[in-house]
Design a protein around this ligand. Structure first.
Ligand SMILES: Nc1ncnc2c1ncn2[C@@H]1O[C@H](COP(=O)(O)OP(=O)(O)OP(=O)(O)O)[C@@H](O)[C@H]1O
Ligand SMILES: [Mg+2]
Length: 296
């Protein structure tokens, strides 16, 4: 398969075991994850605290190495420099230079990517607009930024190299509802530009609103994977929806159903909330008497 047709992300039995000081297995942070993220989709990695989301992202970037298994990004081995240049990464916490202002920060990272000055003159203000940092904010030093502003400049930094694949670790942390909405719209616009987005979150509504497919991780293991819409479908309930039925027609339908022995009538598949699905999966996977936080 040629690189341009490869999947955006492919992991094979990816496993990360952190060792303790004496080299003994301490935490199985990620356990046998085999997952594929197609090009151009928004994929959500969902899971409670300590379930292995950030570990997965770090493995994909080559910041840490798998104990066993492998990962390929855009057709190449995870961690290779040529591939990392095509990735944008928003970490859980951005470690940016506190004494630079927003604009200087983007220019600094742009130069690291060897983006020509002329292109930077165009890209930097455009990105600052995109993430909603106004003229005043972009001249302020990062140490004076609020949490939400820091998240926005972190995202702009992640996009400075016009990446094909964007990895977002908890992108809406610290954002107010408006910022959250803007972040979601931005993720959708990244998809419209043909980029692939992998996002980690435990904020279920965010994931439900923007992701095409999701995986739920729990204690480092994949519990479920699929298109959000399918996962939320309640298959044992049937629903009929219409805007145009008259009361007389409705009565007739009801009478017909009763005649057929159907007493609780309502046809399509209604959806549950992602929250319910998430809670059920975590509950079902938690051994009695144990907490849902942390890994095995
Ligand atoms: N460097 C490390 N050394 C030892 N254990 C680690 C290390 N990094 C992570 N872990 C453990 O691996 C497990 C998974 O951590 P990870 O950061 O991937 O979780 P997460 O899903 O991102 O959680 P959160 O929602 O809290 O960000 C946790 O139990 C964590 O304590
Ligand atoms: Mg994390």
């Amino acid at each position: 398969m040629v690189a341009s047709q490869s999947e955006a992300i492919e992991t094979q039995n990816l496993t990360k075991v952190y060792k303790d000081f004496w080299g003994r297995d301490k935490v199985r942070a990620l356990d046998d994850l085999t997952m594929t993220v197609h090009r151009g989709e928004v994929f959500g990695l969902l899971g409670p605290n300590g379930s292995g989301k950030s570990t997965t992202i770090k493995l994909l970037l080559g910041l840490i190495f798998p104990t066993t298994g492998s990962a390929r990004i855009l057709g190449e081995k995870a961690g290779s420099t040529t591939i990392n240049e095509r990735i944008g990464f928003l970490p859980e916490e951005s470690y940016l230079y506190r004494f630079l202002n927003g604009e200087e920060t983007l220019r600094f990272y742009g130069q690291l990517f060897k983006i020509p000055r002329r292109e930077l003159n165009r890209r930097v203000p455009a990105l600052l607009d995109t993430v909603g940092l106004d003229a005043k904010a972009r001249k302020r030093k990062l140490r004076e930024y609020s949490k939400g502003m820091a998240r926005r400049i972190g995202l702009a930094q992640a996009l400075i190299n016009d990446p094909d694949l964007v990895l977002l670790d908890e992108p809406t942390t610290g954002l107010d509802p408006i910022g959250t909405r803007e972040m979601k719209d931005l993720i959708k616009s990244l998809k419209e530009q043909g980029k692939t987005v992998l996002l980690c979150s435990h904020l279920l509504a965010d994931v439900q609103d923007v992701c095409d497919r999701i995986t739920i991780l729990f204690r480092g293991r994949e519990q479920i994977v699929g298109p959000v819409r399918d996962l939320l479908q309640v298959r044992d309930v049937t629903q009929i929806q219409t805007r145009t039925m008259t009361p007389a027609q409705l009565q007739e339908v009801q009478a017909f159903l009763i005649k057929q022995g159907v007493k609780d009538a309502l046809v399509t598949h209604p959806t549950t909330t992602l929250e319910d699905l998430f809670m059920r999966i975590v509950k079902e996977s938690t051994p009695a008497g144990q907490s849902s936080v942390g890994s095995a």
